[in-house]
Ligand binder design. Structure first.
Ligand SMILES: C[S@@+](CC[C@H](N)C(=O)[O-])C[C@H]1O[C@@H](n2cnc3c(N)ncnc32)[C@H](O)[C@@H]1O
Length: 585
């Protein structure tokens, strides 16, 4: 599939919210999808390089995409999914102004004892930044919601989960795109718990906007009924004295939901250390209400994969997407566990899922992580309130250029525009980047000659003498023994070391073997392909421990039928780094 232009239907119209830089999408570009990994535990599906709707409709595999959802949604349109999605649930960043950090704990640490109660066994991993300027955020949501509308079927529904930060703005954008007449509910999900707010009423609810594509939408009221509230007297409440109103199966939940507890408080078994993880019960109600078995459910901000997990459990087909590698790995391992469980109980209809990336999204560099490392390494003070600059270094303002492209003249132009808006700003500027285009130096020299203040200097991380070497990544290494005897293959993980984990735990390099007595503590899960084609990893066997305290097994025995085959073992560590070991046997 080659890149192409896909036409987008204009938004419905009114009411309409305006912001600086508002621009409707007229066309988007579709990108080729690249198949990276297949989880096919029953070994009964073929590899689908280009997952078109036509190819999949009678031969379904669930789809997980790693990449920016604007590109993924455009790709789905290109692949023929226009009007084919029955339910969309999204829980996008809320513009909360926070960095979302995941606490990563080494595996089995409690059992191993040596690091027990030791803070050092916990690593911090930045999952994503939720710091936006208002205009950018609204444009970001506007573009994606337009694409989602194109994908939604005529009987489909969309649920958008937000809170007080931006909910009211996004509702107006949804009115514009989906039409006010298609607004169905503002669901208030309320919960309780301790709060730091002493001078305000504590914020204890989220909002979920529910829109349909047309009047003819799916709503399964019979599948979501809940018991009537009992009065202290033991009698069933209802303003409605007439028994005729009372349905034996209970009532349809009102549009405020107080009976679903946030993950952190109750669902210990569900907890995945993903800070914005939503409870499965919430998604269960939404999916049951607005889809039927076999329908396609999409979550393109999938995070830890709650929507997809519940869709899988309820026999729906699903498509997920996230921009963050850690989220994709978490979702993938979560779904693998569920599917294996379903297979044991003979319950699954859709046992296969495939992972794709679009637009060559780089799986190796976890972007937010890299920026966070640069901030720490250089000693930049982060500024939370500035929408353009990332922080300060001494007296200088700092701008970090995205590491997925070198510093360009366009970046400098944006900097110049920003400085024009701040005539009183007299600080100098430090730009941090991974590399720079050739023309950049001359532009900066010229600028510095003309400007007595706001002088620009560049820290180019690849070449900088003082700060340059930290991005030299020491890859994780594994020693794996792979032996074959007749039609059996024996695999043993003999050793594993992640210099990044050791460094981040601040453990002395000489001492780590004493501190982490079992190297398996650093390994999150193991995937094995017993017939690797050198390109797409087909997960034939996975060892994803059920509990955080469990370690991977480390020894595996598999049957192979071919005379000669390539075994591939993928080791994914606790920070998401992957090591691939292959051997022809
Ligand atoms: C609030 S979390 C979703 C949590 C999820 N509902 C759960 O239960 O775990 C938002 C997710 O959106 C992802 N995200 C942010 N911007 C994105 C983009 N442009 N494309 C795809 N995913 C994105 C983040 O990486 C994050 O995992």
């Amino acid at each position: 599939m080659s890149e192409s232009r896909i036409k987008i239907t204009p938004a419905k119209g009114r009411p309409m919210l305006n912001w600086v830089g508002k621009k409707p999408l007229e066309y988007v570009k579709g990108f080729p999808a690249q198949l990276i990994e297949v989880f096919n535990p029953l070994n009964n599906s073929k590899k689908i390089e280009t997952p078109t709707y036509e190819e999949l409709k009678d031969n379904w595999q669930n789809l997980l995409f790693y990449g920016d959802n604007k590109e993924v949604l455009a790709t789905l349109l290109e692949l023929g999914f226009r009007g084919k999605i029955d339910l969309i649930y999204i829980d996008p960043p809320f513009k909360s102004g926070a960095d979302y950090v995941r606490k990563v704990e080494l595996r089995g640490i409690k059992e191993l004892g040596s690091l027990e109660n030791d803070e050092a066994s916990v690593l911090q991993q930045t999952m994503y930044f939720d710091i936006w300027n208002n205009d950018n955020y609204l444009q970001f949501m506007y573009e994606r919601l337009q694409l989602m509308k194109e994908l939604l079927s005529e009987t489909g529904s969309i649920y958008v989960h937000l809170d007080w930060h931006v909910g009211h703005y996004v509702k107006i954008i949804m009115d514009e795109i989906f039409g006010q007449e298609n607004f169905r509910n503002e669901i208030v999900w309320c919960y309780t718990g301790p709060s730091n707010q002493q001078k305000d009423f504590p914020d204890k609810h989220d909002v979920i906007y529910r829109y349909s594509k047309s009047d003819n939408y799916c709503f399964n009221s019979e599948d979501i009924r809940i018991p009537y509230v009992k009065l202290d007297t033991g009698k069933t409440h209802g303003i409605f004295k007439e028994r005729a109103f009372l349905n034996e199966k209970g009532k349809i939940p009102e549009d405020w939901w107080s009976d679903i507890t946030p993950v952190a408080r109750l669902h210990a078994t569900e907890l995945l250390d993903f800070i914005t993880q939503k409870p499965e019960a919430l998604l269960e109600r939404i999916i049951k209400a607005s889809s039927n078995e076999g329908d396609i459910v999409l979550d393109c901000f999938c995070g830890s994969g709650t929507t997809l997990a519940v869709a899988q459990k309820l026999g729906r087909r699903w498509i997920g997407c996230d921009i963050n590698k850690g989220a994709i790995q978490l979702t993938s391992s979560r779904l693998q566990k569920i599917i294996k469980d379903q297979i044991k109980k003979n319950e699954t209809k859709y046992p296969t899922f495939a992972l794709y990336k679009v637009n060559n999204y780089d799986l190796k560099l976890l972007h937010t992580e890299a920026i966070e490392l640069a901030v720490q390494h250089i000693g930049i003070q982060r500024t939370r309130t500035d929408t353009f600059f990332d922080g300060t270094l001494g007296k200088n303002l700092v701008k970090i250029i995205d590491f997925n492209h070198p510093l360009t003249l366009l970046d400098l132009q944006l900097l110049q525009d920003e400085l024009k808006k701040r005539p009183d700003e007299d600080r100098d500027i430090t730009i941090v980047c991974l590399g720079k285009e050739l023309a950049v130096d001359a532009w900066i020299d010229e600028w510095n000659k003309k400007h007595p203040v706001n002088k620009i200097r560049v820290i180019e991380l690849r070449t900088d003498k003082k700060y340059g070497n930290f991005l030299i990544h020491k890859p994780a290494e594994a020693k794996v023994e792979i032996k074959r005897k007749n039609n059996k293959v024996f695999i043993e993980i003999k050793d594993f070391i992640s210099p990044t984990i050791i460094e981040r735990l601040n453990i002395d390099n000489q001492l780590w073997k004493v501190k982490i007595a079992d190297f398996r503590a650093m390994i999150n899960y193991i995937l094995i392909d017993k017939d690797y084609d050198g390109k797409v990893f087909n997960v034939f066997y996975s060892d994803v421990p059920q509990k955080k305290t469990d370690l991977i097994k480390g020894k595996y025995e598999l049957e192979v039928n071919k005379d000669k085959t390539k075994i591939a073992v993928k080791i994914v560590d606790m920070l998401g780094e992957e090591v691939l070991i292959t051997k022809d046997v």
